[in-house]
Write a protein that binds this ligand. Structure first.
Ligand SMILES: *Cc1c(COP(=O)(O)O)cnc(C)c1O
Length: 467
């Protein structure tokens, strides 16, 4: 064996101890570590002939890059929708790499990681109170989940008009409808050959981001005779609006279409009795997207897709790795290889399994309600402030706001973010630039909201806005 590799193998235990110490020091300080760095100059270290061994690599990384890591998993990183990592999820994630399984077949031959993955999907279905009519798997994020689901939807639509799109390619007969699709849905339409321009925008209700049901029905009448796919939202990113899944289900009975629900983070409303009603009717979906690296607080990268069991054949037509005959009959020998886009894949279910098993329904209810409570505290402050105003309505865990002096909003946000204590992202709402704070991290507490408010007030003074 190569000498340095051999040396690393002999010292595996002390290498992992060093990594353990490094990890603990980062995690213990996570509330103090900056949420952003202005210095982003990362030196480049050329590939050497000999290598420096694992400890050497750690030393180099610590010296040059570690200080530039941000606390995106910390309690005041409120940009985008960024979750943290529960202790159990981290434990599962470490073990995923230790075991290094190639998670595919669930027919008992080889390892059982695919069986654990199927069990984890069942646990998630229970967590969300969904019926036992779904099956699913893990992918890298909600983007891949939307892609996976819409790929099956495309196959369904093709078969409706007599074309096996997976074998023969697109026919252009399918109609895709969406009101407030996440950018990743549009990206999926591009990747799937629909074309990102080729969806038809459904109107939204006044002052809302949800589907206008009357407009939807008019479009369904207009396109009757064609195969229709509807992208629904359970939690839009700016105002966390939910479509009326009950009303959409009624139309589905009448007109027959593929109902996809992008519930990347909104699915977690199901964990709270107070908010579960927002999802009423989503159980009638054909496919559902749910992120695990957001509100579930599992580390990157992790999401699931759920598709109805009755669509299993369509799913296998879409993702069958067909020129590999040694797989046997995919209907008998279930394998993720024929069920989703990837072939080789990691045991991504394990961190989620650990977290679900460690914290149960109560744990996730707490995480969800705590986030919503933090959003309420920030909202209360903004409402009482002379300088800020809320943009749109605040639902659940996302707060959009701006300076009353709209023009100064982006300057304010740039300075706020550069100070590194709290991080938010810019967005546009009703044609105005505003800021967005999304609460999903289980670590976030009242103290963090207070620190953020102090920071906001300090920045107001810096840019000479004091009232
Ligand atoms: C975050 C998000 C996505 C994309 O998810 P990734 O995990 O970044 O791939 C899709 N839809 C919604 C509603 C989201 O919030």
């Amino acid at each position: 064996m190569n000498e340095i590799l051999k040396n690393d193998l002999d010292n595996f235990s002390s290498i992992l101890e060093e990594i353990h110490k490094n990890s603990i020091s980062f995690l213990n300080d996570i509330g103090e570590i900056p949420t952003s760095h202005t210095d982003q100059n990362a030196d480049f270290f050329p590939l050497t002939d000999g290598g420096v061994g694992a400890s050497g690599a750690l030393g180099l990384f610590n010296k040059h890059f570690r200080k530039l890591m941000v606390s995106s998993a910390g309690p005041r990183y409120w940009g985008y929708v960024v979750g943290g990592v529960t202790p159990a999820a981290l434990a599962g994630d470490w073990l995923t790499s230790v075991f290094d399984q190639n998670t595919q077949s669930a027919n008992g031959s080889g390892d059982i990681s695919a069986i654990v993955e199927l069990q984890t999907i069942r646990l998630m279905i229970e967590l969300f109170g969904l019926p036992d009519q779904f099956n699913g798997g893990f992918v890298s994020g909600a983007t891949m989940s939307n892609f996976t689901c819409l790929g099956v939807a495309r196959q369904w639509a093709g078969i409706q008009s007599g074309v096996d799109v997976a074998r023969e390619g697109m026919t252009g007969e399918t109609v895709v409808l969406a009101a407030t699709p996440h950018s990743s849905v549009i990206k999926s339409l591009s990747m799937l050959g629909f074309g990102s321009n080729n969806f038809i925008r459904i109107k939204t209700d006044p002052e809302r981001e949800r589907i206008d049901i009357i407009d939807l029905e008019e479009k369904l009448v207009k396109f009757s005779g064609k195969s229709v796919i509807i992208n629904c939202s359970a939690g839009t990113v700016n105002t966390v609006d939910f479509d009326d899944f009950q009303a959409i289900s009624v139309l589905k009975e009448k007109y027959g279409f593929w109902m996809h629900v992008d519930a990347a983070f909104g699915a977690f409303a199901a964990c709270s009795d107070k908010h579960h009603h927002l999802l009423k009717g989503w159980e009638n979906a054909d496919s559902i997207t749910i992120d695990c690296h957001k509100w579930m607080n599992v580390p990157y990268d992790s999401a699931i897709f759920l598709t109805r069991k009755k669509h299993q054949k369509l799913q296998m037509q879409t993702y069958q790795n067909s020129n590999a005959p040694y797989l046997g009959d995919p209907k008998v020998n279930f394998s993720y290889l024929n069920f989703l886009p990837e072939n080789s894949r990691r045991f991504r279910a394990l961190p989620a399994w650990f977290s679900l098993t460690a914290y149960g329904k109560e744990g996730f209810k707490w995480i969800v309600e705590n986030s919503i409570h933090c959003a309420e505290m920030l909202t209360n402050y903004l409402e009482s402030s002379a300088n800020f105003k809320l943009c749109g309505v605040v639902n659940l865990n996302v707060v959009c706001f701006a300076l009353k002096d709209y023009d100064k909003t982006s300057e304010f946000l740039n300075i706020l973010n550069a100070r590194g204590k709290v991080f938010m992202t810019p967005t546009m709402l009703d044609g105005h630039p505003c800021m967005r704070a999304a609460f999903v991290n289980f670590r976030t507490s009242k103290e963090d909201v207070d620190i953020a408010i102090q920071e906001m007030e300090a920045v107001l003074e810096l840019i000479n806005i004091t009232q």
